[in-house]
Write a protein that binds this ligand. Structure first.
Ligand code: GLU
Length: 486
């Protein structure tokens, strides 16, 4: 079956990772079956509307590579795809129900409704509006809400993730279809839209499960087939047993982008948060996900959000892409992530730096912290050198360390060509001539040229830094050790 499905966000703010997973599974199901993935903007709740949110949603989907076949900016046979622009359609559909005696216009004042609620609470009976349904029906006029005339009865259905479900009449009520402002409720609008857009699978957060009996009643009232229903369990906060929310640091997806997370890694991570194909595989490309995805392997319990895992996966993806595509192809992705001091450097030099450091990055923004010494002399701190555990192990005094650096520098100065291969040979030779352990000798040289907690392999680091910079930094530290001693 070709899955025609949709992502139907409300433009109420940024989309965080908890929301966007509801786009990924429908997308994968649509692509796998050669169906359709529709984007519909559910903007009928004017009080919660946030300007710019729709653009952010589209930006996020495009960044993740979840292109839509129908929807804003793309169009399609069921246009428009903004619910506020479909107002008349919902009203027509609601009027059809009124004509058939399955809905009614109701202008009961809100104070009266509040009084019903209170009375039911005092009588300890569940509040159901249908118990207070007015005896006489009014002719609909603008400004009057329209309610569904519910037909409560036991209902059973199958949810692709939650299994066989049933609900009693007590959860079915005269829900509002059209509000006072003339706009439809979510409960009503999505039924009409899914039908008109040919949607045959609805995947959404599990919070809609409890309303499903009311939706089933609406499908029945219209005489339309219900789509496949897929309830997606919540993504849980790193701690506790609650849904991941903005307060638990659920950052917007675009914030991760700005922090140097790759879209491939984000998609991979979120798709596998609450779904697996039963194998140990952890790295999936989008195409692999499309092939491997199946609804019946979505977990029915909440999956815990784990940023450490996301960043690990991102590191894996950086390695994978550089290995597969090469530095030249990957390099443009790093544009915004270099330290300020790198600005004046040529791309060719930055590519060299990237080439030796990429396999240590977790996010692209690590470049900012990890590559400073390639572009400017590092802040100089002789104590950092003296307190390093490997330097301490040498048991050498400052003047002895200075002498050791002198030996190194003099030898390096004689190199006929400053190449990786030559540097490697000389560094090994120096181990022999000085009788020092690699960790000790190489830490001394590494700190002297970088003052960084770690760096790529020393021969590579020196090769990229170049002859002049490397030698002058060695000289600088050597003389600092000498004058510190005096
Ligand atoms: N507008 C709803 C939301 O953002 C969509 C639910 C659905 O996919 O039907 O939660």
């Amino acid at each position: 079956m070709k899955i025609i499905t949709r992502f139907a966000p409300s433009p109420t703010g940024y989309i965080h990772i908890g929301n966007v997973r509801s786009a990924i599974y429908p997308y994968l199901a649509a692509r796998q079956t050669g169906g359709k993935f529709i984007l519909r903007i559910e903007d009928t709740d004017q009080a919660r509307y946030v300007p710019g949110a729709t653009e952010l949603i589209m930006d996020t989907l495009r960044w993740l590579g979840l292109e839509w076949d129908e929807g804003p900016e793309v169009g399609g046979p069921a246009a428009p795809y903004f619910q506020t622009e479909r107002k008349d359609i919902y009203l027509d559909w609601a009027k059809k129900l009124i004509a058939e005696g399955k809905a009614y216009a109701d202008d009961t004042p809100s104070e009266t409704i509040e009084a019903y609620r209170k009375a039911d609470a005092a009588a300890k009976v569940p509040y159901l509006y249908r118990n207070h349904r007015p005896d006489t029906t009014k002719k609909w006029q603008e400004g009057m809400p329209i309610r569904f005339k519910s037909d409560p009865k036991p209902r059973t259905w199958h949810d692709e993730v939650m299994g066989d479900m049933h609900a009693g009449p007590e959860v079915q009520d005269d829900i509002i279809l059209i509000k006072k402002d003339g706009l439809p409720t979510y409960n009503f609008a999505h039924i009409v839209d899914d039908y008109l857009m040919g949607v045959n699978m609805v995947a959404r957060g599990v919070e809609y499960l409890s309303s499903t009996p009311n939706y089933l009643a609406l499908y029945e009232a219209f005489g339309i087939d219900r789509p496949l229903l897929v309830s997606l369990p919540h993504i849980l906060a790193p701690q506790g047993n609650k849904k991941l929310g903005k307060r638990d640091g659920a950052k917007s997806v675009t914030e991760y982008r700005d922090d140097g997370v790759l879209p491939e890694a984000m998609l991979n991570y979120l798709a596998c948060l609450g779904w697996n194909d039963g194998t140990e595989q952890e790295i999936y490309t989008k195409d692999e996900l499309v092939k491997a995805f199946s609804l019946d392997r979505i977990q029915n319990s909440g999956a815990r959000y784990d940023e450490v895992k996301l960043l690990w996966l991102n590191g894996q993806w950086i390695r994978k892409l550089v290995t597969e595509q090469g530095i030249d192809a990957f390099y443009p992705r790093t544009t915004n992530f270099w330290p300020e001091t790198a600005k004046s450097y040529a791309d060719s030099y930055k590519k060299q730096v990237l080439g030796i450091i990429y396999d240590r990055l977790k996010t692209l923004s690590d470049l900012r912290e990890m590559t400073g010494y390639f572009f400017a002399d590092p802040a100089f701190d002789i104590d950092q050198l003296l307190t390093n555990k490997f330097i301490k192990k040498t048991g050498l005094s400052e003047s002895e360390l200075a002498a050791l650096l002198d030996t190194v520098r003099t030898r390096l100065e004689k190199l006929p060509a400053w190449t990786e291969a030559n540097l490697k040979t000389i560094l090994n030779e120096l181990l022999e001539t000085t009788g020092r352990k690699p960790a000790e000798l190489f830490s001394l040289i590494r700190i002297a040229v970088s003052f960084a907690p770690f760096s790529p392999a020393l021969d590579l680091t020196l090769a990229v830094l170049g002859r002049d910079v490397s030698l002058s930094r060695l000289r600088r530290v050597q003389s600092a050790l000498v004058s510190d001693q005096q």
